[in-house]
Design a protein around this ligand. Structure first.
Ligand SMILES: [Zn+2]
Ligand SMILES: [Zn+2]
Length: 244
């Protein structure tokens, strides 16, 4: 990326982070205003479901761009596929990114969702809309946290507070995420908290989707990614078969 293009991207990402926090603060204010004894339970459940949903979103997006497409796929390749390929080649690269570079993309993706949520009516007299708003707020906060939690899971040293959250499984921890970076490179796609990895694997969720996509399109999963993980010079059909 040229220097002017990099500066432009950094400006957009910084703007995205600022807008994200402003919109979250406005939404939080609406949630607090909507809180009342009779809505407290439904708002608490909505908040938890929103945070769990963020883990699911992280898993589906991560699986999608790990498994299908390549760096040269039009539109999707440079923006979405390349960061995942780079991360597999050099898992510590993410730890060298600053706050805006780590979180800017996810903030930009969440801004339209948060802005739309602000149009909902809220208050104790609109418990359903308040629950939706709470869900959206926690979903977006979880999506925002995903790259940061993922980065911390790769860092050698983290602050005691982050270490405490990781040790209790409240955010993604290193031992859990390490499974994703080991052969056969097709497990633990969820990277917000990782809570859904084992349930989804017990259900055969991603392998089922892959079989369906292969049946419909004839494409095989992870071919492009495994060419790099197995190393291009060693890549052949046999290596791919063993790795899978
Ligand atoms: Zn991956
Ligand atoms: Zn990773």
């Amino acid at each position: 990326m040229s220097a002017p293009a990099a500066r432009r991207a950094h400006f957009h990402e910084t703007l995205g982070v600022l807008l994200f926090f402003i919109l979250c603060a406005l939404l939080l204010l609406r949630v607090v205003q909507a809180a009342a004894p009779r809505t407290a339970l439904v708002l608490a459940v909505s908040a938890l479901v929103g945070f769990v949903a963020a883990d699911l979103v992280s898993g589906v997006v991560h699986w999608l761009f790990d498994t299908w497409f390549s760096r040269v796929t039009p539109v999707l390749g440079p923006t979405f596929v390349t960061p995942f390929r780079v991360h597999h080649e050099d898992p510590l690269d993410i730890t060298r990114h600053g706050f805006v570079a780590t979180n800017g993309h996810n903030c930009l993706a969440s801004v339209p969702v948060l802005a739309l949520a602000l149009l909902l009516p809220t208050g104790p007299e609109a418990p359903l809309a308040s629950a939706v708003l709470t869900f959206v707020l926690m979903l977006c906060l979880g999506v925002f946290g995903t790259n940061q939690f993922h980065k911390w899971a790769h860092q050698e040293h983290v602050s005691p507070v982050i270490g405490w959250l990781q040790a209790r499984g409240l955010i993604l921890n290193r031992a859990h995420h390490d499974v994703h970076h080991r052969a056969p490179y097709e497990r633990h796609y969820c990277i917000t908290t990782g809570w859904l990895n084992r349930p989804l694997e017990a259900l055969g969720f991603f392998p089922g989707l892959e079989r369906l996509i292969t049946a419909v399109t004839g494409q095989r999963p992870r071919v492009d990614d495994l060419k790099q993980v197995v190393a291009p010079e060693a890549y052949d059909e046999e290596a791919l078969r063993r790795a899978r």
